[in-house]
Design a protein around this ligand. Sequence first.
Ligand code: GLA
Length: 412
Amino acid sequence: MKNEKSKYQLILLLLLLIFIIPSNSHAQKFENLVLTPPMGWNSWNYFACNVNEELIKKTVDVIVSSGLKDAGYIYINIDDCWHGKRDSLGFIHPNQERFPSGMKALSDYVHSKGLKLGIYSCAGSKTCAGYPGSRGHEYQDAITYASWGIDYLKYDWCNTENLNAIGAYTTMRDAIYSAGRPIVFSICEWGVSKPWEWGRNIGHLWRTTGDITAHFDSVVNHGTWSSFGVMQIIDKQDGLRVFAGPGHWNDPDMLEVGNGMSYSEDRAHFSMWCMLAAPLIAGNDISTMSKETVEILTNKEAIAVNQDSLGIQGYKYSKKNDLEIWFKPLSKDEWAVCFLNRRKTTENIDFLWENNSITDSFSKRDANFSKTVYTIRNLWTKKNIGTTAKSFTTQIESHDVVFLKLTPIKRK
Ligand code: GLA
């Protein structure tokens, strides 16, 4: 049996060398994937290295039963630490104790529920948690993932001494293309060499920052590296919207909703990820999440802002006393507007639409409130709250948002 298996792997390796590697001269990324920001779940933010097939299957079941699947969360992504060892021919295998049924059986399970399976590797010799990385095994790993039925690969940047990021990510892109299975390629290089400038033809999304942490407004120092609160991550998105669009997204990291911030902080975090057209990859324990967490993650009207077909990332229109106003153009001449209160105190808003002319030179769209009146929909209370003909006055709690959608009704 073992002999049979290694014979099979040897044949695969030969095929790889003869046909696949030389045939990639026209390699490219798979197009027509994630034309709206990817949505799903990833194990890292809550479970870190504690991953196994039972957890993934349980998560899949609750993604379906809680309504997350219906809301659009499709990719179930296993992050670091699933790895076992490479065999004598260099093929990677999952850790047998954690994934006794193997990855193909797991992807069959995930696919049978109408979902997709993602996996994690690293461009370096080892992953960030010290497991085998893909360096020198890119084509073997890509063909292995394809044979397992993997749909999404997050590709990290630890232990990459002397590697060039563009080269390393291009090699993996080519390997994925050659393996022939459309796999979403998620570049996780933390923004170090400005992946937004080169990532568009290589991957489908690229991390713009170091790791997120479940804090609203602070940096956590881990000695050799730091992780960032939601506000710090948002500030690092300045100037990046021009690089994003359908099939190529800025990735400000996975969601921390349900991981310890307050309800309003979670809601603000989620709303801003919708405004940023960011991937919505939940990072909490789905099987024990509260009603409030489900309510945030499945707010379909908020998600519709994120998933709008134009795929235009929102922008900060103004900032005063840590009260920010963000605008995002939507299809059908609609707009999303998000008032973000970063302060520790409640703030009053008195916003006279007519005094504000919204001109977005990047998307070439504008909202001229003295010419066009819009109805206003509050996306958290899910109520229509009047029109832009009158000034908008409300209170906004500390670390919270007022998240609105504007729909044009009449031209004056
Ligand atoms: C890096 C990534 C994280 C996570 C860990 C896993 O820190 O940025 O998102 O994948 O590695 O070790």
